[in-house]
Ligand binder design. Structure first.
Ligand SMILES: N[C@@H](CCC(=O)N[C@@H](CS)C(=O)NCC(=O)O)C(=O)O
Length: 323
């Protein structure tokens, strides 16, 4: 694991010394946007036009942030509009790699870089910006025409997918409707800080205090959500929204990796009747189950984080998502 410094790859683990043992996530740096024809401004360099076949999405099937983007490809029926490939689950001294490995073939998405045949994800970043400094993260939304990264921020990629290509697909499902935007934003904020990123704060903490300070709010939020779901099918009521899918990709990994590997182990999702039923409901949404790859998930976390699991032993259980 490492990062780019002025276009050069440096192998370095997260530095938590400056933050008293706390894991602090860095901001994503490519923040452009794809617009439908009616809103696209060709003289604005951060604007990209909605065009079929023009964009490629690089994901990791292990990563919860990349998983959000993949879920939106399915929900918004974008498979014919945006091509997709994935990285190998191991993220070691070279960061994310495109190496072929028959042990990790996914029946839906190929490992590799079909556009440039690069070996490493960092090469995409230096192609987009030769002197780039920063982390090399997935998801990466790539523009084949301008040969650059449109966005590497999952929360924005899903908002782009939510509407930019509606004219082409005819799929007008809206997971961030104006009337619910405030409530969605509020829930997202709590869930991001304490759960989506909270599991990482627990797992990557290097002091007891930092770990405990992340663990308490994490389970407060799970208890709050369990209560909320006693009267609701989805977080906002009867309809699915973006808030559900942002939560989904964390919950689906929880019992398999966050409970053990990241020490979020006061309770499993399986121990929460409402949350568990809700998770299954989301999982059973058409085309969603195919986006979940338990083998990539377990292998990535247990094998890549050598500071947490130096033996790199990948536990055999759980073998199923819903035992
Ligand atoms: N804010 C980003 C975070 C993405 C992210 O951190 N992805 C992880 C994989 S789970 C990654 O690529 N990490 C590599 C690194 O930090 O060097 C997003 O939501 O898209």
């Amino acid at each position: 694991m490492g990062l780019l410094v002025k276009g050069q790859w440096v192998d370095k683990w997260y530095d938590t010394k400056a933050s008293k043992g706390e894991f602090v996530r860095s901001e994503s740096k490519f923040r452009n946007w794809i617009y439908p024809d009616s809103e696209y401004q060709s003289n604005n360099s951060s604007h990209f036009p909605a065009q079929a076949g023009r964009y490629h999405l690089y994901v990791s099937l292990a990563c919860p942030w990349a998983h959000r983007a993949l879920v939106f490809i399915k929900l918004k029926q974008l498979e014919e509009i945006i091509s997709i490939s994935c990285v190998h689950p191991d993220m070691l001294e070279n960061g994310w790699e495109f190496k072929q490995d028959d042990n990790f073939n996914d029946s839906n998405i190929d490992i590799g870089d079909p556009l440039h045949q690069f070996n490493f994800a960092y090469q995409l970043y230096t192609k987009a910006k030769p002197n780039y400094s920063g982390r090399v993260t997935v998801p990466i939304l790539w523009d084949k025409k301008r040969q650059t990264i449109v966005s590497n921020e999952s929360s924005e990629i899903i908002r782009i997918f939510n509407r930019a290509f509606d004219d082409m697909t005819g799929n007008t499902l809206d997971f961030y409707p104006e009337s619910k935007a405030n409530e969605i934003d509020l829930l997202n904020e709590r869930i991001y800080n304490t759960l989506n990123n909270g599991v990482y704060k627990c797992g990557f903490a290097t002091t007891q205090r930092a770990y405990e300070e992340a663990l308490t709010p994490l389970f407060d939020t799970l208890n709050f959500l369990e209560e909320r779901l006693t009267t609701r099918t989805y977080l906002l009521g009867k309809e699915q929204t973006e808030a559900d899918w942002r939560l989904f990709t964390t919950l689906i990994r929880f019992d398999a990796v966050y409970f053990g590997h990241f020490k979020c182990n006061l309770k499993r999702i399986l121990d929460y009747p409402n949350l568990n039923a809700y998770l299954k409901r989301l999982f059973d949404t058409p085309n969603i189950a195919s986006t979940v790859n338990l083998q990539h998930i377990k292998r990535h976390y247990y094998y890549s984080h050598k500071t947490i699991n130096p033996t790199q032993i990948v536990p055999l259980g759980p073998t199923k998502l819903f035992p």
